[in-house]
Each structure stands twice: as C-alpha cells, then as structure tokens.
Design a protein around this ligand. Sequence first.
Ligand SMILES: Cc1cc2nc3c(=O)[nH]c(=O)nc-3n(C[C@H](O)[C@H](O)[C@H](O)COP(=O)(O)OP(=O)(O)OC[C@H]3O[C@@H](n4cnc5c(N)ncnc54)[C@H](O)[C@@H]3O)c2cc1C
Length: 491
Amino acid sequence: MTVCEHNILTEPDTALNCEVAIVGSGPGGAVTAATLSKAGLDVLLIEEGPYLPLESCAPFSQQEMVQKYRNRGLTVAFGAPKIQYIEGRCVGGGSEVNSGLYHRTPSDVLAHWREKFQVQNLTQAELEPHYEACENAVSISYLPGKPSLASLKLQEGATQLGWQSQEVPRWFKYESNNDSSVPLKGTKQSMTKTYVPEMLRTGGKILANTKIKIIRRQGDRWILQGRYTNSSSSYQIKITAKTVFIAAGAVHTPALLRRSGITRNIGNALQMHPTVKVVAQFSEPVSSAQLDVAVHQVKEFAPQLSFGGSISSLPYLQLAMVDYPEYAQEVNQHWQNMNIYYVSLVGTGRGTVRCLPGFDDPLVRYNLPSDDLKVLASGLKNLCRLLMAAKAKALFPLVPNATRLTQLAEIDRLPQQLPSDTSLMTVHLFSSCPMGENLDLCATNSFGKVHGQENLYVADASLLCTAPGVNPQGSVMAIARRNALHFLEES
Ligand SMILES: Cc1cc2nc3c(=O)[nH]c(=O)nc-3n(C[C@H](O)[C@H](O)[C@H](O)COP(=O)(O)OP(=O)(O)OC[C@H]3O[C@@H](n4cnc5c(N)ncnc54)[C@H](O)[C@@H]3O)c2cc1C
C-alpha cells in the first residue's frame, strides 16, 4: 500500500488518543472517516479485521471467505427457520466481498421513515448531493459490455412472461482497451480502493486487527477498550477520543453498544432481506470468464419480492448444493452451466441482537411469521417459472425434501409455505439502531447521534429504519455522508 503508509498503524502503542474514533471500516465507517478527515479532524478508523488489498484473493473464492468473511460466512440468526447471514470482517467491511449492485433509497421508503420514525429532512432532494458525491467516488456505472448469460437469463425469462426486469449499475471502474472482442476488465470500487485511501491521504489514521470490546465515558472523553491481534502478538489497547462513531455493522454496532450498557431501542428491531434460493442448470455455460454476478434484477413483485442472481463460483455452488449430494459430481464438472438465483423478501419479520456473558459473538434471533414464509414460497414458484421460461434444463430449489425439477408442472409440487427448516440466508442486515425523533422506536436522532449520550454516534446500516427493499450500500453511504456533514456543521 503506497498511500501514506505512516498513517497505517502497525504494532500500535497500548494507549492512543484522537479527536474522533470510528469503530468499523465498512461503507458507513469509511465514508464517515474520509468526510471528517477531509474537514481537518484528527480521525482514527479502527477495524477488527485485517487490512488487505482487494486483490489479496480472487473474488468470490474460498480464500476470500477465509480471509475476509466473519466466521467464514457461517453465522446464523436463530429462529424457525434459522437464517444464515454473511458479513465482511476486514478493512472495507462488506464492500470488499459484495457484488457492488447499486440503488438509491426508494422515495416511498424515505417517506415511511419520515412519517413513522420522524426522521427530519430525509427526502430525495436532501440526499441528492450525497448520492452524487458517493456515486462519483465509487464510479457507479453500467456494465460496458454484454452481461453474462446468467444475468441475461433473468431478462429473457421476464420478457417471456411479460414481467419487469432491469439492469442494475455497480461500483466498478473499467480499463479501456482497443480490442472490442475482449471484455473490459472491471475493478470493484470497494472502500479500500476509494474512501479508505482518501482518508489516509487527508491525514486520517487506520488501526486494523483491533476489536473494540467496550466503550465508556470518563469525564468529557470516551474510552474505547479493545484488543489488537496480529500473527505474532495480541494485547489490550485503550483509545481516548472526544467523539465516537460506531459503524461496526447492523449486528456488531448494537452488540458493542449493549456490552457498554447503552441499550435504549438498541438491537431490538433488526431487519434483513431473507432470501430463498434455487440453482438453475442450463444446457450451455452461463458464467462469464470473470465470474461476474448477474446485473439484472426482476422487480415485477417489488417492493415485497425481488429476484436476482447470486455469486455462483464453484465454492458457492458446492455450498448451495449440499442437500443434493447425488449431483455433487455434476456440480464439479459442469458448474459453469449452473447459476444460483434468489428471491429476496421485504417481510414483517424482526430480530434482536443480545450479548451473552463470556461469549465474543452476540446472539442474533429472527422471527419470520408464517405469512412471510408463504410470500417467499410463492416468490420461489414464480422464480422457477421465470427460469423455466429462460430454458433452464433443471432446477434445484433449496427447500427441504425438494427434488430436481425438469418440467413446468412440477413447480406446483413446491410447498405453499416454506417449511420451518428451510435454509434461508441473507447478506443485507439493517435497522438495529433506527434513527429518528420518535423516542419510542429510535436509538439515535435524525442524524445518527445516540439519544441521551454526548458525542456518541452510529454511522452504518443499523440506522436504516426499515428494510429498504433494494441493495442497501448506496443508502448506507449517502446517509453516512449526510450525517457526517451535519456533525461538522453542528460542531
Ligand atoms: C456477500 C455480500 C454481498 C453483498 N452484495 C451487495 C450488493 O451487491 N449491493 C449492496 O448494496 N450491498 C451488498 N451487500 C451488503 C453491503 O455490503 C452492506 O450493506 C454494507 O457493507 C453495510 O455497511 P456497514 O458499514 O453498515 O457495515 P459493514 O460493511 O458490515 O462493516 C462493519 C465493519 O465493522 C467491523 N467491526 C465489527 N465489530 C467491530 C468491533 N467491535 N471493533 C472493530 N471493528 C468492528 C467489521 O469487521 C466490519 O469490517 C452485500 C454483502 C455481502 C456480505
């Protein structure tokens, strides 16, 4: 890393001081850190995971799961059904491992947040400059060439059925080349490519490999107690800061606050987009050489249900097909003819985040009512119809006791309600510390300041009052920038 290496703290002292400490370096933390550092504040960005370049491993590889995921992706929200959730754990957080699909927050979602949660001023017009700044910083763009066949299958199936589909832009930068037959090489503009170097260039510092365990107030300062760990040493560290922003993600922000005795409306209303999946097998290869994720989404049943394509590299397909062991050989040999597709739900389920004495990880529980399981089941059937319309040769629904489907009529055999032992998963978590002036519901004010606390802010996906129904990182970044600039105006 050539950018301001002296601002990357390795073997740090056991006691550090800064004006602003930011815990967590995902999109929320990195955008906040760069915005405050650019304004001349003395910023320390603290991250539990390692500082690795985006190129340290192949995207969507097993090595990436080991290096950059929390618990290699095997984290579960307890409930019936239980829901596997995936989080990044490295500098850049989820932005380092995600698919880069970008949406702005829908207007009706913002209206709901203003009405029910009493979030002041949060309109599209207010967010416009923040969207624009973030979109420029991370190079939001449409794919310059032809999308993968796996993506076009979504479009094809939707067109056949007269349903709406759209291509979604992403945070990618493309290298130009003179040969139009060669696909342009794209690089994901994750936080380690954008906001983290910007923060370092403007004087901010980063401390990776450091988990903050607890924060406490001492006089007019916050004390952050944590542990620094690298391959050769591990020791306690104490950081003193005037102001603290917690941006540890929708599970770990409420966990840290609750461990620190700050509990009001914190970790009580976790929301997610639960997804159920189906693996589709086609007669021809559908994955591009770059293993691009599908850029098409089907919005015919939005906002309640969206359909799209998931990461479908060999390790992901092997994991997805674990309950179809008789096809393991088929997966290993013909995985490029296969792709994982999902149905994602905006439901009525809610979850909690609680800390258990003696345990490092919090207990996450999620209650998915039976109506949500019915809606997901109907979504799965419709997705299967769409994939058959796109000429899938076989479908492997990821629901208990399902069998391989090869005929349209077999889709009716799928359950009307997903059984409580279905394997659901999500990569979208939010709403565990909602923002707004409604003191019955909200953990922070309309700009992320924790109610009843001095100089303590939340700056990540936890603030989104409800599930946005679209990929959330665009909302997380724009709201983080809005709130950081508001903080600067107020201080
Ligand atoms: C596989 C995958 C694919 C996705 N695809 C998309 C997509 O295409 N489009 C989209 O919009 N969104 C996508 N997302 C979701 C998106 O990445 C998240 O919404 C976003 O990263 C949330 O940002 P955040 O800042 O709230 O938290 P995070 O990105 O989770 O960052 C939080 C950081 O805090 C660190 N941390 C936690 N606890 C502590 C502690 N105690 N001390 C120090 N550090 C701590 C964590 O290690 C982590 O790095 C995807 C996510 C995943 C995992």
